[in-house]
Design a protein. Structure first.
Lengths: 739, 357, 341
């Protein structure tokens, strides 16, 4: 009695994508619209005949851009698939052929023909000068490309891949394509740039000379000079990794293994740095410990010595990064510390071990994977950090800032930037790989176990005392730093004039109500609204891509899954600077021309932050019994319906975590953003850095403080919107997922 | 009444030379042939790792056979995914969707079957009534007891009127008292509606109670297929004998064979029983504890090694010259003493020769 | 789930709507002067003409790099402000467009000669002399003598008390380097830079950062254009401005239209407007103490008096060329920046 639709009627997905393909070809503008597609100005400005706005069909019809003609053939052949049954082998063949040829030709012509006609010499030699050119692809091309891709995947599914599951095959195909286009392609292009000579050719010796440069690898610091940038970064990263792990462990122990009463406040305190824009902490440190900083002056007066610029350089960057990244270590380690089975510790105690011995011989060894994980995370974050070295670095150069200067400085050395990026990438990828090797499969599900019903013993006294002291000192320090931040936003001119004033807030956010409406006169509004729009647009998209990938990784098995997994997690190890540089190199020219738009910012955020959505999704889905999926399948739902109706509603905590994290990261990102901002799309962090550079500390801090509050509000709002699934029992999804 | 809304489209299931392997090393199911008749309840029974669950999942379409053919009705479903098969399954953990109410759970499958909203609702309510959960529609699964949850799972599967209904160890999560009741309910529904049911369990008593036919599996193959009685009384080898009920395996000698009957002797004690194709010579005998007669007139010598009182009967461990055996006796008021010598014989219908142990 | 898709959809549409301005005329302005001055110029032009201005502020070195990177597909229309050398280099590399404005005859000679030396691809909009400033409080607190010449800065007492920008990223610092070469000759000029290097506590990214740090008390002596130092003093920081006794170089802040600009007409409108007295007088509102190029524009009384300063005859053509620039920067990178401090 079950109506097996797939046998009799045409699959709705097939119809949809064929129609979409035709729409992309005949209705939507083929090339990118300059003033923005959603302005819809192009509709009245010469559409559909104007060359800039015409759909491909009209272009060909007018005799323009004739190389687009072959694209219509696969569209026609795919129609023949409509009449056939899915089990007909010809059905699959038609779709695979149409999709592959269409997609392939689209890519080929996109890369082959650019702004100056043919892009390759051998094409010119073959066909002569083209005499025409094309710009970047627009929504028409995008829709047609997607249509071809999904026709292709449907063909493969009909051939029997993954039991003919169209949704899964298409999801895999889609994720592979977008990760390739937006992660692998730009990185590859950037790495190639390392070999480019002045004249534009490629040369290995140029690469070698740039790579083995003393500025990179010099060991002068051992004899009082300056060390190479690579060593600086490495040494800093290792130190920060160790410090953050230790501090994170300290806080985790205080929260789980002691009788401390204000655990919630402590948790909030440790999480605060995550939502803080990157260099605000650096600024506050200058205000406290700089040459004229409050604390420096105090101690200088106390001891009768001259204050120094001790903060600028490695010490300052180290402190700032430790402050900024300890929360990440804390979040990882709290799961680990809680996950150590209490009954093991109880068993040790019944076997005559005292609390200290238990901790040393049982608890700590069991936490080792988590400690390694936290260390590696701190290492990667330090390597990629851009904001703090910029503000506090002094003469201590690190890879991320050097890359920036190589591109942005007056020398504009693409090759050097690429070489530096390669080294940075090498470090972070090694750490990333080491992390995977060490933790094996367990790296993706948090090591938090569903603990048995036992109670963790308290820390032994010998341990508790130093731990409390460390936690107390560090906690106090964090509070002071944030207090400074707040204070800094309300003083007139720090260090010179300490009168309290709201002037900076006014300069940034003044508003004038006129008859025509609200006039946003404050200096900060432009970048503020841009940032909010971009972050709000990027967050849901990141969550969607991340969760679909997580679904594929946890619930499906297919050939090449390991490589797929590695590829999707890769972008986590790629520092923001590298992404920024590679994006401007790859996407400033056709076929994908999105520099200077909001899209490039959104895309960079999606792929920077996707791994978090993936991890949260994997962790949550692992807690969902597989039999839920299977019962849905046996009840007649296909994978897509199962995903939508059964899995997704139960994943609210993961969705929330992914949304929150993406939003926060988008609001506080700087290292990629600083390359990708443009006249029309200035992001808050880039604007703030400009203020800092300009000595407008008050304005910078006022803006940053506002951002912190905005993010807190946004997080609260998201929690309300996404809501909680009513499943009526005290769930595992509850408290654990909060952290 | 409700029966008019829930009908049955029972179909037979056939496995032809089906093998399932995982990777290169693990063979979960090794070249089995199976035929389940329409409208029958067949149990797959065996120890952990024997392949019964894998076989069940292959019927459902949750695993695909590596080689061989699977037919449901006359249709070759070997490559058909679970979504498209007309097979419903009740999972061990029930797998009720925690975020949906009872009625939504039961209606779930109907949503994909092309019924109108009102018809879906009617059928779902009928299904609930069939399992005795009328009035529970707005509750959440978390608000139900284990037994009730299980019944919702059954209703959810039934309302789709599947060709085959599968149960994966349905009673293992219930407490002992409930098990008997629930297994009788399942059997009743199956017989009333004439459904084809394939049932997996490792509890042999449960299998004996509910099944029309039992398939005993071991090490990825089928050890024996038969009715409960034939399996109990005529196990084909030592494994089956020992798996279904308890069995004492005793060495004996076949003295002579006449037609299909053989005469065996143990220490001079003779007994006549079906030969099962064996010839004279040494052989193994399988005897149920309840078929050993203690204090018989004619028998072999044994000593009481242990005597245990379990309320309903006495259990004795007997030592004979060729080994020990386990016997039961209803007489609890005059138990035999440990150390005493007894004569042990067989009841007329009881022991079986094992064709090859 | 539905809520999510609604959220996503609304955000994307809102983004689209927010992105597109209703107006038809647009201008993409790359500005390399102080941020507040840039803002004022942009908004004032908007008010004056109704053309929607999208302005980004980056240092002259950064802007040059961006224009070069975008040369295949320019996103900016006009580059206003920033020291002249990068403008000259851009002109040499054909990244900017030749244009003779009707406002030209109202300008000082030095502004016009800037234009002719670059084939009319750029023009002078302000000028400022190089010098340095120091924080009087810090100087006193450290018992340091008051410096008045360039060579004073080489004194060992000032070790760790001097700051200048990195010539690779800052026009100001490059002008400093070129000025030393022209003032003392190439060899002695580089010796000076090496000696200076020993006293430098940090090479900043932005040209005016050294004096801002000095204003805040994070640094003692900052080598900047004098108008930057004046601005700090006027803002209330304890900064004293010095015109070095040996003589000094100067910059001509410039403006160029980018070759291939998408909004060429609007760019020309801005160009003309920026050279007018109205536009140039805006400098006073933001405490910009450069000397404006329009002869009719007002100069602030606080601005350094160019007539009392010994200016070298700065050869913009040579030192603005990309070849010379590269050579000097490379030499500085290799010979000076690598030395121990």
């Amino acid at each position: 009695m079950r109506h097996v639709l797939s046998e009799t009627t045409a699959h709705p997905a097939l119809i949809f994508w064929i129609v979409a393909g035709w729409v992309g070809f005949c209705l939507l503008p083929w090339y990118g619209v300059e003033d923005g597609f959603f302005a819809f100005e192009w509709l009245v400005d010469g559409y559909p005949f104007d060359e800039d706005y015409a759909p491909a069909a009209f272009l060909i019809g007018q005799g323009e851009k004739l190389w687009l003609t072959p694209l219509v053939l696969p569209l026609i052949t795919s129609i023949f698939a409509l009449g056939r049954k899915k089990s007909d082998p010809l059905y699959a063949k038609i779709l695979i052929a149409s999709g592959a040829i269409g997609f392939g030709w689209l890519i080929a012509q996109g890369f082959g023909i650019g702004i100056r006609g043919f892009n390759f010499e051998w094409l010119k030699a073959l066909f002569g000068n083209l005499g025409d050119r094309q710009f970047g692809m627009g929504y028409g091309a995008l829709l047609l490309a997607s249509a071809y891709l999904f026709l292709f995947t449907q063909g493969i599914a009909a051939r029997g891949a993954i039991n003919g599951d169209v949704f899964v095959v298409s999801a895999i195909g889609g994720v592979i394509v977008i990760v390739t286009v937006f992660v692998f392609f730009p990185i590859a292009k950037m790495l190639l740039a390392a070999f480019i000579t002045e004249e534009g050719g490629y040369s290995a010796s140029v690469f070698a000379s740039k790579f083995f440069d003393d500025r990179l690898w010099g060991l002068g610091c051992l004899s009082g000079g300056r060390c190479g940038v690579a060593w600086n970064s490495l040494f800093l990263a290792i130190t920060v990794g160790i410090l953050t792990t230790v501090l994170g462990l300290v806080f985790a122990l205080v929260v789980t293994r002691s009788g401390f009463r204000y655990k919630r406040a402590l948790r909030a305190l440790t999480v605060l740095p995550i939502i803080t824009p990157p260099f605000v902490i650096g600024l506050a440190l200058i205000l406290l410990f700089g040459l004229s900083g409050t604390v420096t002056q105090f101690f200088a007066d106390l001891f009768g010595v001259q204050p120094t610029r001790w903060l600028y350089g490695m010490p300052g960057v180290l402190i700032a990064q430790t402050l900024a990244f300890t929360p990440i270590a804390f979040l990882v380690l709290i799961g680990v510390v809680e996950g150590v089975s209490p009954s093991m510790e109880e068993a040790a105690q019944t076997l005559r071990a005292n609390r200290w011995q238990t901790f040393r011989t049982v608890s700590l060894p069991l936490m080792r994977p988590g400690l390694a994980n936290a260390f590696l995370l701190g290492f990667i974050e330090s390597m990629a950090d851009f904001g703090n070295p910029l503000v506090l670095g002094g003469n201590f150069d690190v890879l991320s800032t050097e890359i920036f200067f190589a591109i942005v400085g007056a020398q504009y050395d693409q090759g050097r930037a690429a070489v530096l990026a390669m080294v940075l990438l090498f470090f972070t990828l090694s750490a990333f790989y080491a992390q995977r090797m060490w933790l094996g499969k367990k790296s993706y599900t948090t090591v938090s176990g569903k603990g048995d019903a036992g109670v963790h013993p308290l820390m032994p006294n010998g341990l508790a005392i130093p731990v409390f002291i460390a936690a107390g000192v560090w906690g106090l320090f964090t509070v002071v730093v944030y207090g400074m931040i707040l204070y800094g936003s309300v003083v007139e001119l720090w260090g010179v004039n300490n009168t309290l004033t709201f002037k900076h807030y006014v300069t940034a956010f003044s508003v004038r109500i006129e008859e025509t409406g609200i006039r946003w006169t404050g200096a900060a509004w432009d970048s503020f609204w841009t940032t909010i729009y971009i972050a709000a647009a990027a967050a849901p998209l990141t969550a969607i891509v991340g969760l679909i990938t997580a679904y594929l990784l946890t619930r499906q098995s297919f050939a090449g899954k390991n490589a797929f997994e590695f590829g999707t997690m890769l972008s986590f190890a790629i520092p923001g600077t590298v992404i920024g540089v590679s994006y401007i190199l790859a996407f400033n020219v056709p076929p994908i021309e999105i520099t200077g738009t909001g899209i490039i910012l959104i895309v960079s955020f999606i792929f920077r932050n996707m791994p978090v959505g993936v991890r949260a999704g994997i962790a949550s889905m692992s807690q969902l019994d597989k039999s839920l999926d299977e019962s849905s399948l046996t009840l007649g739902a296909n994978s897509w319906q199962t995903f939508r109706r059964v899995i997704l509603p139960l994943l609210k905590p993961a969705i929330l975590a992914a949304l929150v994290y993406s939003f926060v990261r988008a609001m506080t990102a700087i290292s990629a953003v600083i390359f990708l901002v443009s006249a029309e799309y200035d992001m808050a962090t880039s604007y703030i850095i400009g203020r800092v550079e300009n000595n407008d500390y008050g304005l910078a801090i006022a803006y940053s403080t506002t951002l912190i509050f905005v993010m807190l509000a946004a997080v609260g709002l998201l929690q309300v919107l996404v809501g909680r699934t009513k499943i009526g029992r005290r769930t595992q999804f509850g408290a654990k997922e909060q952290t | 009444m409700s029966e008019t809304l829930i009908a049955s489209k029972a179909a037979p299931v056939r496995f032809e030379n089906v093998t399932k392997s995982f990777g290169r090393d693990v063979v979960a199911v090794d070249n089995i042939n199976l035929h389940v008749e329409a409208g029958k309840l067949v149990t797959l029974l065996g120890p952990s790792g024997c392949g019964k669950t894998t076989t069940l999942r292959m019927i459902a379409g949750l695993e695909m056979a590596t080689s061989g053919r699977i037919l449901i009705g006359d249709r070759d479903v070997t490559t058909l995914p679970a979504t498209d098969r007309d097979v419903s399954m009740v999972f061990q953990s029930y797998a009720l969707f925690p975020h949906m109410s009872v009625l939504e759970n039961v209606s779930y499958g109907l949503n994909f079957s092309g019924f109108s909203k009102s018809e879906t609702r009617d059928r779902a309510l009928a299904g609930l009534e069939l399992v005795g959960l009328k009035g529970f529609d707005t509750r959440l699964p978390s608000e139900l007891s284990g037994g009730q949850q299980q019944r919702v799972a059954v209703a959810r599967a039934l309302v789709l009127e599947p060709q085959v209904l599968l149960f994966d160890e349905p009673l293992s999560n219930l407490d002992a008292k409930l098990r008997r009741q629930v297994r009788e309910d399942i059997r009743a529904i199956q017989q009333d509606l004439g459904l084809t049911v394939v049932y997996v369990t490792h509890d042999q008593e449960e299998a004996l109670a509910v099944s029309d036919e039992i398939v005993v599996m071991r090490n990825a193959s089928i050890a024996q297929i038969g009715t409960p009685r034939s399996l109990y009384d005529a196990p084909v080898d030592r494994f089956v004998a020992d798996f279904i009920g308890e069995a004492n395996i005793l060495p004996c000698t076949i003295e002579s064979v006449e037609g299909d009957m053989a005469t065996i002797s143990i220490e001079g004690y003779n007994h006549v029983l079906p030969a099962r194709g064996l010839a004279t010579g040494a052989a193994k005998l399988a005897v149920r504890p309840s078929r050993l007669v203690i204090g018989a007139q004619d028998g072999f010598k044994a000593t009481i090694a242990k005597a245990t009182y379990v309320g309903v009967r006495m259990e004795y461990t007997l030592e004979a010259s060729f080994g020990s055996m386990f016997a039961v006796h209803e007489d609890v008021d005059t138990p035999l003493e440990v150390g005493s010598d007894v004569t042990v014989g067989f009841s007329q219908k009881g022991p079986v020769l094992l064709p090859e142990a | 789930m539905k809520k999510l898709s609604t959220l996503a959809l609304t955000s994307i549409v809102a983004l689209g709507a927010g992105v597109s301005a209703a107006q038809a005329d647009k201008l993409a302005l790359y500005c390399s002067a102080q941020e507040d001055w840039c803002q004022l110029m942009a908004r004032s032009f908007e008010d004056a003409t109704g053309i929607d201005v999208n302005m980004t502020r980056k240092s002259s070195g950064e802007t040059f790099a961006q224009i070069k990177a975008e040369s295949a597909n320019p996103k900016g229309d006009v580059w206003w402000g920033g020291t002249g050398d990068p403008h000259l280099q851009a002109a040499e590399e054909n990244l900017t467009m030749a244009y003779v404005s009707p406002m030209r005859d109202q300008l000082h000679d030095w502004a016009i000669s800037q234009a002719t030396s670059a084939g009319d691809k750029t023009i002078g909009i302000y000028s400022g002399a190089l010098g340095y400033g120091y924080n009087t409080d810090l100087l006193a607190a450290n018992n340091l003598p008051e410096p008045s010449c360039w060579k004073d800065l080489l004194k060992p007492e000032y070790k760790g008390h001097v700051q200048m920008a990195n010539p690779n990223s800052s026009g100001t610092a490059y002008t400093t380097l070129a000025s030393m070469v022209q003032l003392f000759g190439e060899n002695e000029g580089f010796e000076f830079m090496k000696g200076l290097h020993a006293n430098i506590n940090q090479y900043t990214k932005s040209g005016s950062a050294p004096i801002k740090a000095a204003g805040r008390g994070e640094n003692t002596i900052g080598i900047v254009f004098m108008h930057d130092a004046v601005k700090q003093a006027v803002s209330g920081f304890p900064v004293k401005v010095v015109a070095p006794c040996e003589g000094t170089g100067y910059e001509i802040g410039s403006m160029s239209i980018i070759e291939g600009a998408r909004n060429e007409d609007e760019a020309k409108k801005f160009y003309d407007w920026a050279l007018s007295t109205d536009a140039q007088n805006l400098a006073l509102e933001v405490n910009a103490f450069q000397v404006p190029s329009n002869t009719g524009a007002e100069t602030s009384p606080s601005a350094p008096d160019m007539s009392t300063i010994t200016l070298i005859d700065y050869d913009f053509k040579t030192y603005g060329s990309s070849a010379e620039r590269k050579r000097l920067l490379q030499k500085w990178d290799e010979d000076v920046s690598t030395l121990p401090q």
